[in-house]
Ligand binder design. Sequence first.
Ligand code: IMP
Length: 425
Amino acid sequence: MKRNISLLGLQWGDEGKGKVVDNLAKDLDAAVRYQGGHNAGHTLIVNGKKIVFHLLPSAICHENIKCFIGRGVVVSLDALFSEIKEAEEVLGEIEGRLRISSACSLIQPYHIQLDQLREQSNNLTKIGTTGRGIGTSYEDRVGRRSIRIADLYNEEKLRDKLYQALEFYNSIFKNSFGASQIDLHELLDDNLKQAEDLKPYVGNVIEEIRELQDQDKKILFEGAQGALLDISLGTYPYVTSSNLIGGVSAGVGISPSDIDYTIGITKAYTTRVGEGPFPTELFDEMGTYLAEKGGEVGATTGRPRRCGWLDGFLLNNMVKVSGVNGLCLTKIDVLDGLKKIKICTDYSSAQTKEAIIETMDIEDADPFYLELDGWSEPTAGKTDYDDLNANAKAFVEKIEEISGVPVIMISTGPKREDTIIREKI
Ligand code: IMP
């Protein structure tokens, strides 16, 4: 029996993780976020109401699942409280089953201000961030000047750290951007007030996870964003600022060898929000068709997502570096009715394949496509693999061949029950 399950998107985010988690939820005891922050966006329909989770593990909407935010996450307390409030309106009280590591770094207002100023600047590379202070908060963590949750409960230390931070940030705001200054006293007061409200949620996540592991409980480690946005193995510099791949261990405080099974999620095509290279991007009516039929709008920022064919070259690489054991294929129904469907299997580029895999510099990669026949009989709403027509099955099996791992789950529509389970883990 697989007890520690890691789940991550294998593209540039928005692969439909929320729905996959929802399907696994009935067998889970706990769910853990281990990286990123409120840049993520998981849309779920609970009791007929739409909720978008950014920071909370999306499994929180299942009342018997205990949820954790591990030390690898950067936490905006404003975002956390507004999300808790929104979730509680639909779910009832969640205080008793949400635990946040006291080692998490905080996102402060100066992180958000700098993230947005940089993105608006004409002189700096535009990454297309969510503007939520994610990267700037991680910069402070690596620079060893983060304010961590535990610091909120030592007023003298907190004042000193905020003073040092504002010396640094206010000078950048004034001298580099001519932007407004942040006041120390106001910021300290806000932090101290929020510290009180946060207290019931703060805990020792490592110990609690160990206890659950000792009791043989089933734990899901939920990756946010997608593997191609990984700071180390993604399409740098157009990436987010955390390690999705291999990040569970450092982002929670468990051993890498604890993970029993890794689920990778891929859409049947590809989408991307923000800047950065996207070799299979479609600029023609097919791109518009996928965007419209797939409802491809960013859950966090409302930006339209760029759309293109499935990139098997990148998928194969992300499966390998992430140690994926089984794939979930989402949104296959969006391809229903197309006459021809393409999958990129290779690139032609001035660089060698090995060099592309090493640097993930895909700016000049020209995709080589395999063209498959589409299917007219819809996959939408199907729940049994045997009910799929031969061409849809051939598409699924081609993805297995390209990725080298089995497709264990197929999502055939937005509803929870629109799912084909091929292998239960
Ligand atoms: P940041 O994470 O806000 O710093 O943004 C860096 C890049 O990651 C940008 O291209 C964002 O659009 C992208 N990004 C961050 N979070 C998500 C997500 O949850 N889904 C898709 N893209 C994301």
